[in-house]
Ligand binder design. Structure first.
Ligand SMILES: [Fe+2]
Ligand SMILES: [Fe+2]
Length: 244
């Protein structure tokens, strides 16, 4: 893959998964708004295009480019659930409790911590509902599409169109991205003051990790899983036509 100023950010992240670290370092959006040329993305993020390109090329040179493009979707879904969804269900309540404690203890000195607590609570609610919708509605539809198109095994009952659920999940992702951007602002880019106690530091560290993980999680869904599932819909049904 030719890497230049017109390379699409989401495609680079898809082909060379480790470049995600570079996009995160430069705060270039590769998940929710990744379908734009690198030059535009750098301008949006206020970064030097040549510097970013040099780092990307260096990494891509040594990267094994076998990502999720060739693996079964059922494997990708399983990875998303075990690596991201299960971990969120475990981490969000603990992080919410930490945000509450830090806001109670230090909210008077820094009122922004109270807003951190509120924004985080809304983010956690939104995310937990979102995970359920994916696991109960969209992912099973994608698994059936793959069974039908690739394995030619399915019970034959109609599969509802996936475009609506995909668009709804993408809307949710944008909302989650907005909450994370707000937390980034409120916490001075997840930088605690030098006098901060361990809980304060732990909260900011946890929020920073949550942001990185969520960008990667959304990238796997928006840029790989959903487009590949939509391609399956475009394929003709491989089952033989009934003659009577
Ligand atoms: Fe997800
Ligand atoms: Fe999602």
């Amino acid at each position: 893959m030719q890497l230049d100023d017109q390379s699409i950010v989401a495609s680079v992240a898809r082909q060379y998964p480790s470049t995600v670290k570079i996009f995160q370092r430069y705060r270039i959006d590769f998940c929710c708004s990744g379908n734009i040329p690198l030059a535009d993305a750098c301008e949006r993020a206020g970064q030097d295009l040549q510097e970013v390109l040099t780092d990307l090329r260096e990494l891509a040179r040594t990267e094994d480019s076998t990502g999720w493009d060739d693996k079964p979707l059922v494997e990708l879904i399983d990875h998303i659930i075990t690596r991201y969804h299960d971990r969120l269900r475990q981490d969000l309540p603990a992080l919410g409790e930490l945000a509450r404690r830090v806001a109670t203890r230090h909210g008077e000195a820094n009122p922004k911590l109270r807003e951190v607590e509120t924004v985080f609570a809304r983010l956690a609610d939104e995310m937990l509902t979102h995970l359920r919708k994916e696991e109960v509605v969209l992912f099973p539809m994608i698994e059936r599409l793959e069974n039908r198109a690739v394995l030619n095994s399915d019970d034959g009952t109609p599969i509802p169109p996936i475009d609506g659920p995909v668009a709804a999940m993408e809307d949710d992702h944008r909302e989650v991205g907005d909450f994370l951007a707000r937390l980034f602002q409120l916490t001075d880019q997840f930088t605690p003051p030098s006098s901060a106690c361990n809980s304060y530091r732990g909260l900011f560290q946890g929020l920073s990790e949550l942001e990185k993980d969520t960008h990667q999680h959304i990238h796997l869904e928006n840029n790989i899983l959903f487009p590949r599932a939509q391609q399956l819909v475009a394929q003709p049904d491989p089952r033989p036509l009934a003659l009577s």
